[in-house]
Design a protein around this ligand. Sequence first.
Ligand code: ME8
Length: 625
Amino acid sequence: MKFYITTPIYYVNSDPHVGSAYTTIVADIIARYKRMMGYDVFFLTGTDEHGQKILQAASAVGKDPQSFCDELAGRFKNLWNRLGITNDGFIRTTDEDHMKVVQYFVKKMLENGDIYKGVYKGWYCVPCETYWNEDEIGSDKLCPSCGRELRYISEENYFFRLSKYTDVLLEHYRNHPEFVQPDFRRNEMLKILEGGLKDLSITRTTFKWGVPMPDDPEHVIYVWVDALINYVSAIGYPFNMERFNRYWPADLHLIGKEINRFHSIVWPAMLISVGLPLPKVVFAHGWLTVDGQKISKSLGNAIDPTYFVEKYGNDVLRFYLLRDINFGKDGDFSEKNLVNRLNSDLANDYGNLLHRTLAMVEKHYSSILPAPEKYDEIDEKFKEDVMIRVKEYEKLMDEYSLTQAVEKILEILMLSNKYFDEKRPWVLAKQKDYSALSTVLYNVCEALLKVAIMFSPIMPDSSKEVLTRLGFDSKLTKDFLDNWGVLKSSVKTVHGKPLFEKKELSFEKKESELKVDNLIEIDEFKKVELRTARVISAERVPKSDKLLKLILDVGELGQRQIVAGIAKYYEPENLVGKTIIIVANLKPAKLMGVESQGMLLAAKDGVNLRVLTVDGNIAPGATIS
Ligand code: ME8
């Protein structure tokens, strides 16, 4: 089973940014997933280096185009390295081998009678390297795609008889509904096809930076024709047919929506013209904005992805892109959302669960994973619920519903946290019910193993770390996902540091941006007397599974007794000695018959609850302002 996946080859007129990184990262996630599922994967990316736009960019900085391209292609390669991209090939359209293939391909189209000479009169957008028909543009003569000014050109060109392929393409779309995805992008292409195709000018004579037309070197081949051919030249067409046949047709051309027409109409027509099979799927994903704005150099938000990698790590960036931008649709990239996802999904739901589970394996089993001893209904149900999600994840990954696949992993984490809290292993330990304790700990570890495997294409580094901590070092395969009970009891586990560090991001907000009806005066806040307090003792309130009774040292205010609803999140003895924060001037109240003389402060996010403590040493009873 083979799987050939490609990204667009990126223009080298400027540095890579979050947009180009997005497609490459997503392609890498799919490539890694397919490898894990047992496919012979070829993952191709590269750079698009010919055409008027690149020529202009090079001359703007006073460089000859080839050395300009060499420098920029190097920067793309470095970035992909930094991002842990596992591409098998990197094609540059200025590679001599590629240029030969372009000439071979175009010659074949000529021989098949699909290319003729004529005069092109019409509009051209240099930034998009795209020809536009009169009926596609308005009276303002601006590019329908990027909004910039079009150039009128009139020159003798070679033309590709694209019009001839309207019906055969329509037929292909009908027979292969999966050919263009998502569906709404397929419909856009169908509309264009149903309107009938026009022939396409495929050479230029006003500059030389491109592949010369065979036998007519005054003409250079249109940069899009040159570029699209990369998908076959990179895997050996036509000079290494053994390698070519091993991977062609491509299983997935992953692209952005703005270049769908080239990939879903022009490219298939070119392939039919030379007699090659068509790619199986063209997936045109949506566009990212950054903090709500289009990514552009002039707006200063064409951010170097390295910034995020250095600040948060590769895994977090990859996870965020898949989790928060609904794959296929347009989406907004924001550092604030990235930090929120890191703190809640990764640090809390994933990291904490791993931490508290392995801490208990360490404490009660000297870090040796116990074998599960007895299953009750809750244990069985948990196992089933996890395995249902594993199956759903595979199906969703296979159909490129990547964001929904990530949601399945997060559901397993949610279920595991719930199972852990419900089973209360700390109580089982106290009761010395080791047969039940071993089962909970084993099951949560096995669920965490599944999570780490499912996350491994998305977050390879942290997955590797989790697998190591769970004492698992086999090469990942589908079998380990599909079967329960993969972890060997008796392996040595490692408790380790927190898996993900929480981050904070300070956001300065103008008062006008705050929700005005929420604002209070400082005097109102001052009415609340906050104090530090040291926990002297803690115990469960009898007959309640929610409440703990704490005896606190509040310095000059003496001792206080507080009842707090935190029993599901803390073992009482773990609170003793902590300096926490309480509201000291709250009217006393009775909870389950026990008097509470104040309340403690805690943070809650829907899944977890943590008591607020102070940073460093401070006396009990200290005031807080
Ligand atoms: O079009 N959001 O190259 P290019 C999401 N050389 N994806 C984005 C993006 C954004 N804001 N900005 C860029 C070309 N991309 C041609 C391709 S292929 C034979 C030739 C991604 O450098 C997205 O994949 O303009 C988009 O299609 C691609 O970068 C465009 O890269």
